[in-house]
Design a protein around this ligand. Structure first.
Ligand code: NAI
Length: 684
């Protein structure tokens, strides 16, 4: 039974019972309608609605989103509850989200535990609330609060909900508290749909639209949600409900909602295979070797997860630098209210920063190497590390591009090495690429997954190749962007085109942010192995030679004046034109669509190769990497989901046309050729 009910005296108890989070499906909807009838037939004085297990209800069952809607619909269920002759009270704990919150709004009274999580996350799945949320919430809490919740998808605690009037009372035992409410008070409570509307001015809506455009850029649902809230103050409740339902059903089938659902399911599926789970044990004490940009933020990510950390630097200067860098992260976490003072103290007490001669590694159960990106240096560090650690301790390398098989060769036991490719800043970015070498053991893989789980990251396994999944796709993205620069586009045109597609910033602004030196060092590493028939564009090298390394040196592809902002730099345009002239290229203009088409096709083609070679296990893994590590718009679902919307036959035709220009750059992936021939999608 997904809905259970029973009576004690004149009080009815209705419990949602669909583990693990009481997702609202058609059985629950039917059960609730029956429960309303039962309570009326029994002549009860009140009904207390609660959830069994760890949640009240975490929203509609997403499994039903791709099948036709079947009655009874949730808005009708909520209406039945609200109109019942027996007053219903919502007793809330755990997740109270989406449809769960809408059920609560249908009740006459709401009591929550202070740690309940209450919200309307529908916009995050490309939807609007579909069971009266946009019409009831502003009547209950006012438009200003409703505008801060529904269009952002933000959830709040029970304690915060009581301060805005979303719940009436906080209690550790909401079911018991509900049984104690004065009957007269309950009988007189007004249904939320009949509460008076207190309109707000247009500027409040304009501000909400600006916030939505910034936070959930490119997405339709937040703007639709704002319009529905606006409608709530200008139309009747019944009309508003009609508008909301129509919008909900339209959005449900929209490409954005489908893409967001796809990536949501991909995220949920990204976890350790069953065979590794018994061996997954979170580390207790981690050594991080190299306390530079990455090492310090990796260390802080472990500190955040309650783990003991020892950072090992090469000398005392390095120790000072690393200590300062960690302190800076702690201070900024404090000032942005992400942690409290006692949490900062706790992190400091679990951290040691030292040199290898002074380090005590006896209790370390994971070591993460984050020294310079240089094979010889890494091998030297790892060799020393191996002899200092207990024999069963996993060693991880944070290399961005280097061959993990080659790195492992320096170890007596290469099976203990795994690549853990964190993204900068590691304490914020959600992605963790786990690189499996030819010899990586099950135990080391299990440790990789355990790290992802304890740090709250999304794990994606990659095989060994230059740049793994993400940086290999990034390399081709940059290569094709550079060919367009040489042939006639400007950095700004290319950046603007990709921002218009959905990126927060284009490839040149992004390089300026991360620094041009890393990619430069990587190009020098590839000098000896680069295919000589491949076009090489030296423009970025010219910038590096001028010490234009990006924002950190005040200039790169753009100039960054003291007062802030980015400015187009004629010097860069000169370099581009000179290089083109030297190479005898007559520069031509590129339309925005053409820039987008080329960059996306290049990435899709490389991703198809990655899949075909078995570097990525499935297309969804590539999408997780691009969305969580490289800023690919979530509402496109990721690169491969986007590719499947284009279809392999179209992609193949386009690649064939571009092949006429440069066969080395645009040779179609075998997988695309096969998919075009068989009619299969890239995502199987
Ligand atoms: P970094 O230059 O900021 O830091 C390297 C640190 O290693 C320096 O503080 C240096 O003193 C220390 N070090 C060098 N040799 C050492 C030794 N023998 N013992 C102890 N410490 C030693 O470099 P960054 O950017 O932190 O990169 C580190 C690794 O992380 C590289 O392999 C890089 O490719 C990778 N990576 C970098 C990312 C980035 O965005 N910077 C992103 C992901 C991976």
């Amino acid at each position: 039974m997904t809905v259970k009910w029973y009576r004690q005296g004149t009080c009815g108890f209705v419990e949602l019972n669909n583990p693990p989070v009481n997702a609202i499906n058609s059985d629950i909807r039917k059960g609730l309608i029956d429960a309303v009838k039962w309570a009326e037939a029994e002549g009860l004085e009140r009904v207390i609605l609660s959830g069994v297990g760890r949640a009240f209800a975490a929203g509609a069952d997403t499994k039903e989103f791709d099948i036709p809607v079947t009655p009874p619909h949730l808005p009708d269920v909520v209406n039945h509850i609200e109109k019942s002759t027996v007053p219903w009270i919502a007793a809330l704990h755990g997740a109270v989200l989406g449809g769960g919150s809408e059920l609560a709004l249908g009740c006459k009274y709401r009591i929550a535990r202070s740690d309940a999580t209450i919200g309307f996350p529908e916009v995050l799945l490309g939807l609007v609330p579909g069971a009266g949320g946009t019409q009831r919430l502003p009547r209950l809490v006012g438009f200003a609060e409703a505008l801060s919740l529904i269009p952002t998808g933000k959830a709040i605690s029970g304690s915060a909900a009581v301060t805005i009037g979303l719940v009436d009372l906080i209690d550790d035992n909401p079911v018991r508290a509900a049984s104690l409410i004065n009957q007269k008070k309950l009988d007189m409570a007004l249904p939320v749909s009949m509460m008076k509307v207190f309109p707000v001015d247009t500027p409040k809506y304009d501000t909400a639209r600006q916030i939505a455009a910034k936070r959930l850029r490119g997405q339709n649902a937040p703007l639709k949600a704002i319009s529905l809230l606006e409608a709530a103050q200008s139309t009747s409740f019944a009309e508003g409900m009609q508008l909301e339902r129509t919008e909900f059903l339209t959005l449900r089938q929209s490409p954005q909602a489908r893409a967001l659902r796809y990536i949501f399911f991909a995220e949920r599926a990204a976890k350790a295979p069953n065979a590794l789970r018994p061996d997954m044990k979170a580390p207790n004490h981690v050594a991080v070797i190299g306390g530079g940009t990455m090492g310090t933020s990796i260390a802080y990510a472990f500190l955040n997860a309650g783990i003991i950390v020892t950072i090992i630097e090469s000398d005392n200067d390095g120790v000072q630098r690393a200590s300062k860098a960690i302190e800076k992260i702690i201070s900024s976490s404090l000032s942005s209210d992400r942690i409290k003072q006692h949490e900062a103290t706790d992190r400091r007490t679990r951290l040691t920063v030292t040199t290898s001669t002074n380090a005590d590694l006896r209790n370390v159960d994971l070591a993460v190497e984050a020294v310079f990106e240089d094979l010889i240096i890494k091998q030297k560090v790892l060799k020393e590390l191996e002899s200092a650690l207990m024999p069963n301790v996993t060693i991880a390398t944070n290399t961005s591009y280097l061959d993990v098989n080659m790195i492992a060769e320096c170890l007596h036991n290469p099976s203990r090495l795994v690549g853990l490719h964190f993204f900068a800043p590691a304490h914020i970015m959600k992605l963790l690429e786990i690189i499996k070498s030819d010899k990586t053991s099950q135990a080391a893989m299990a440790m990789g997954y355990a790290v992802a789980k304890s740090l709250g990251k999304i794990p994606v396994v990659s095989g060994v190749c230059d740049g793994f999944i993400g940086n290999r796709i990034l390399a081709i993205y940059r290569e094709v962007a550079d060919t367009m620069l040489m042939d006639g586009a400007t950095p700004l045109e290319i950046d603007n085109a990709m921002v218009a597609f959905g990126y927060a910033m284009g490839p040149y602004e992004a390089q300026d942010l991360s620094g041009l030196d890393i990619a430069h060092a990587n190009r020098r590493r590839q000098d000896t192995t680069r295919d000589p028939s491949r076009r090489y564009i030296p423009i970025a090298d010219r910038l590096v030679m001028q010490n234009r390394l990006g924002q950190k040196t005040g200039s790169g592809w753009y100039q960054y004046p003291e007062g802030g902002g980015k400015v187009i730099d004629p010097f860069v345009e000169n370099i581009i034109c000179n290089e083109a002239q030297e190479a005898n290229i007559t520069r031509q203009s590129f339309a925005q669509e053409d820039i987008q088409r080329r960059l996306l096709l290049a990435m899709i083609n490389e991703a198809a190769n990655i899949l075909h070679e078995g570097i990525a296990a499935c297309a969804a893994d590539i999408d997780l990497v691009l969305v969580h590590g490289y800023g690919f718009a979530r509402w496109h679902g990721g690169l491969m989901h986007y590719a499947d919307q284009l279809g392999a036959p179209y992609i193949l035709t386009e690649l064939a046309t571009l092949c006429d220009e440069d066969p080395n750059l645009w040779e179609p992936s075998q997988l695309i050729v096969e998919c075009a021939a068989t009619g299969q999608n890239l995502i199987s």
